[in-house]
Design a protein around this ligand. Structure first.
Ligand code: ATP
Length: 236
């Protein structure tokens, strides 16, 4: 019974039209309270896996279950999932605050469920919060995107390369944000190609290479192990 397990990924396979098998029999699961790093070099299949977990594309075979419910494009359970994928799109003439308010209004869910102020704390935009997004740096937009994904406090939060465009202190600042989010019994999945970043921000790791899971477990176990493969993969 998986009803209380936030995420179960079972035997996912995805081959693109050109015959390239981007994801080849990927299985793992995430528990409440975990910040899981999906780690691997470019082309490992992280984004493709992420898109299947979000119901954006269908696997050729295998399945994804969120809180016991199967994920497919349009699944109702995706309402309990928040995501940052690629560069988030904002309305450039609206302020950061207005963008989040407008985004939430479009979901049709009650305003009091949004937690806009808490999410905006995460974005740490200071006075820029009330300036148009077109004046923001890439890093500021990235942080606003993370805040947007957190609206409504989804049980599962997927962040695809969220630290893209952030500098090292900003990356380090992500740790307490993600850890405290997960500490409320929620689950965060973060993709990255940098071991150092996963080490900094995650409690658990799933290492992917060439469409497969190479190893998975607590970050501390990985760092303590004699297996150097991951260090070679993740320093690319
Ligand atoms: P990156 O960090 O570069 O995004 P990734 O680990 O997220 O890497 P994917 O984007 O999932 O990897 O890509 C896995 C493989 O599938 C790569 O070899 C990529 O070239 C290929 N691929 C991705 N999208 C497509 C597509 N739409 N059509 C064909 N091949 C694709």
């Amino acid at each position: 019974d998986y009803a209380d397990v936030p995420l179960v990924v079972d035997s996912l396979v995805k081959t693109y039209a050109d015959g390239h098998r981007a994801v080849d029999d990927v299985s793992w699961r995430a528990e409440r309270g975990q910040v899981v790093g999906l780690l691997g070099p470019n082309g490992a299949g992280k984004t493709t896996t992420m898109r299947m977990m979000l119901g954006l594309i269908c696997p050729d075979s295998g399945s994804v279950h969120v809180l016991g419910r199967p994920v497919h494009p349009g699944s109702e359970v995706l309402g309990r999932v928040g995501a940052l994928v690629e560069g988030p799109g904002f309305l450039p003439h609206l302020t950061g605050r207005e963008n989040l308010t407008a985004y939430w209004a479009a979901t049709g869910r009650p305003a009091e469920e949004a937690g806009i102020d808490e999410a905006l704390d995460v974005a740490a935009l200071g006075g820029a919060l009330d300036r148009p997004v077109r004046t923001y740096s890439h890093g500021m937009k990235q942080r606003l995107g993370i805040a947007q994904a957190m609206l409504g406090k989804p049980e599962l939060l997927f962040l695809d390369e969220p630290t893209n465009g952030l500098d090292p202190p900003q990356i380090a600042a992500m740790r307490p944000i993600l850890q405290s989010y997960a500490a409320t019994g929620r689950t965060v999945v973060v993709s990255s190609h940098l071991l150092a970043e996963v080490e900094l921000t995650c409690s658990h790791v799933v290492v992917m290479h060439a469409g497969r899971v190479v190893t998975a477990g607590p970050v501390a176990d990985l760092l303590a192990s004699d297996d150097t493969t991951v260090f070679e993969l993740a320093s690319v």
